[in-house]
Design a protein around this ligand. Structure first.
Ligand code: NAD
Length: 439
C-alpha cells in the first residue's frame, strides 16, 4: 500500500490537535492515520489494558501497517494513548467519537455509549472544539449531541473495511461530511486535505443515513447473490461464470458478488437491523431489507444442509472440521462471524467440531469462541479424523491446501467449500465429495 505524500501542511499550515474517544478498530485507525497526516493525536479509551499496550506500541488489531504507524507516531511524540479522557478532551480542537453502537435486543441501535460520552465531555470541551461523530449512529444523533453540547457537531461516517483499514483511510472512495455549520464542515474536511478524494457535504441527517444505506445496500447485494447461487445449483448453472457474466456491467460492478456462508461482522448485521428499525419508526415496512436479512439467515441453514448431505448420515456422531473462524479473511474480528454461527448450530446437533484459524491460537483468545470446540494448530491437524471439512473463511493459505494430504488424514472424503476458493478439479481427483456454493 502506498502512503500519501505528507509534505504539504494541513489546515492551512496549522496542525490540528485531535482527541479520539474509543480506540477500537475505527478509533485506532482514524487516530493513527490522522497522525500520519501531520496532526497531534491523543487516543483515549476506557479499556486500561488496551491503552497500556498501545502506549508500549503493542497493537492487538491485525491491520497492515498499523503497527508501524503507531510506533512511528509514538517515537515522534505526536501520538499518545491515555485513559485520562477529560484531560485529553480539554486539549482538543477536534474530538472524534469512535464509540460502539451495538444492537439492542429489539434490533434497534444502542446510542447509549454516544449519549454517555457526550455528557461526560461537555464540561471539558474547549468552546471552539468541533465534535466529529465517526460511529454509525441513528439519524438525528448528531443534532441531539449538538443541542446537548452547544459545540458544532459534524457527522463523518466511516467506511473502512477491516483487513484493509489503513489503505482505505488513505485511499477513500469518498469522505462524507454532514454538518449544520459549514465552517465546522470545512474545518473537518481540511483535516483530510492531503488525501486525493471526493468530499460529499450534506446535512447531518443525510450523512448518518448514507452510512446505513451503504451497508444495507451491500448486504442486500450479497444476499441477492447467495440466492442466485442457490438457483445456479438447482438449474445446473455455474455461479463463477455467472459473476463474470454480470460483473463486467459497470452498472452492477464486479465487487461484492461472491457467494459466502452468509454475511457477518460487526457492522452489516447490526446496521441492517438498525435501518429496519429506522424505517419502522417512520412507518415504512422495508420488506426488501427484511428479505435480505432473512435470506442471510437462510444461508446458514443451507450450509448446514450441505454438511448433512456431505456426511450422508445423522450429524450427531460426526466430526466436522471448520477452517476459518473470523467473519472474513485478513481480520481477527470474530463478531457475528458466519463461521461461529455454523459452529453453534453444529454443536447444538451434537457434532464434534475441530477448528483452525490463523488468528486464533486458543479458545481463551475470545469469549466469542464456544466452549465445545477444539482449536487446532494447523488446517491439517484440524482435518485429522474428520468426516466433513468445511471452508468457512477465505484465508489465502486455505487456497493452497493439499487435497491429497488432507485425504490421508480424514475419515471420509467430503468437503463443503462455502467460499468457493478450492481448486475443484484437484479435490475431485482425490475422490472428494466436493460441494461449493452455486458451483
Ligand atoms: P470497537 O468495539 O472496536 O471499539 C470501540 C472502543 O470504544 C472500544 O475500545 C471500547 O473500549 C471503547 N469505549 C467504549 N466506551 C467508551 C467510553 N465511554 N469512552 C472511551 N472509550 C470507550 O468498535 P469499532 O468496530 O471501532 O466501531 C465503532 C463504531 O464505528 C461503531 O459505530 C461501528 O458501527 C462503526 N464502524 C465500524 C467499522 C468496522 O469495520 N469495525 C467500520 C465502519 C464503522
Amino acid at each position: 500500500m502506498i502512503l500519501p505524500n505528507v509534505t504539504k501542511m494541513c489546515n492551512n499550515g496549522t496542525v490540528a490537535r485531535i482527541t479520539i474517544i474509543g480506540t477500537g478498530y475505527v478509533g485506532l485507525t482514524t487516530g493513527v492515520c490522522l497522525n500520519y497526516l501531520g496532526h497531534d493525536v491523543i487516543c483515549t479509551d476506557v479499556n486500561w489494558n488496551k491503552i497500556i499496550n498501545l502506549s508500549k506500541g503493542r497493537v492487538s488489531i491485525h491491520e497492515d501497517q498499523l503497527h508501524e504507524l503507531v510506533n512511528e507516531g509514538i517515537s515522534k511524540k505526536t501520538l499518545s494513548f491515555t485513559n485520562d479522557i477529560d484531560g485529553a478532551v480539554a486539549l482538543a480542537d477536534f474530538v472524534f467519537l469512535c464509540l460502539p453502537t451495538p444492537e439492542k435486543p429489539d434490533g434497534s441501535a444502542d446510542m447509549s455509549y454516544i449519549e454517555t460520552a457526550s455528557k461526560d465531555i461537555k464540561e471539558h470541551l474547549n468552546p471552539d472544539a468541533v465534535v466529529v461523530i465517526k460511529s454509525t449512529v441513528l439519524v438525528g444523533t448528531s443534532q441531539s449531541v449538538e443541542e446537548l453540547l452547544g459545540n458544532s457537531v459534524v457527522s463523518n461516517p466511516e467506511f473502512l473495511r477491516e483487513g484493509t483499514a489503513v489503505s482505505d483511510f488513505f485511499h477513500p472512495d469518498r469522505i462524507v461530511i454532514g454538518a449544520s455549520n459549514m465552517n465546522a464542515a470545512h474545518a473537518v474536511a481540511l483535516l483530510y486535505d492531503k488525501l486525493d478524494t471526493e468530499f460529499v457535504f450534506s446535512n447531518t441527517r443525510t450523512a448518518e443515513l448514507i452510512k446505513y444505506t451503504s451497508n444495507a445496500f451491500l448486504a442486500t447485494k450479497l444476499s441477492f447473490m447467495n440466492a442466485m447461487a442457490l438457483i445456479c445449483e438447482r438449474v445446473g448453472a455455474d455461479v463463477d461464470d455467472l459473476i463474470e457474466g454480470i460483473g463486467h456491467d459497470p452498472r452492477i460492478g464486479n465487487m461484492f458478488l461472491q457467494p459466502s456462508p452468509a454475511w457477518g461482522g460487526s457492522c452489516f448485521p447490526k446496521d441492517t437491523k438498525a435501518l429496519l428499525s429506522i424505517a419502522k419508526d417512520c412507518n415504512y415496512d422495508f420488506k426488501l431489507l427484511q428479505a435480505a436479512i432473512d435470506t442471510n439467515d437462510e444461508q446458514i441453514k443451507q450450509v448446514i444442509s450441505k454438511i448433512e448431505m456431505a456426511h450422508g448420515d445423522a450429524l450427531c456422531d460426526a466430526t466436522v472440521t471448520i477452517l476459518g473462524l473470523t467473519f472474513k479473511a485478513n481480520t481477527d474480528d470474530l463478531r457475528q462471524s458466519p463461521a461461529l454461527r455454523i459452529v453453534d448450530k453444529l454443536l447444538e446437533l451434537g457434532v464434534k467440531v475441530r477448528a483452525w484459524d490463523p488468528t486464533v491460537e486458543d479458545k481463551t483468545d475470545s469469549e466469542l469462541i464456544p466452549e465445545g470446540i477444539e482449536i487446532c494448530v494447523s488446517p491439517l491437524v484440524a482435518s485429522m479424523g474428520a468426516d466433513v471439512l468445511v471452508i468457512t473463511t477465505e484465508w489465502y493459505e486455505l487456497t493452497k491446501l493439499d487435497a491429497s494430504e488432507v485425504a490421508q488424514l480424514m475419515k471420509k472424503k467430503a468437503v463443503v467449500d462455502t467460499r468457493n476458493i478450492l481448486p475443484v478439479d484437484k479435490w475431485l481427483d482425490e475422490d472428494f465429495d466436493y460441494q461449493g456454493i452455486g458451483r
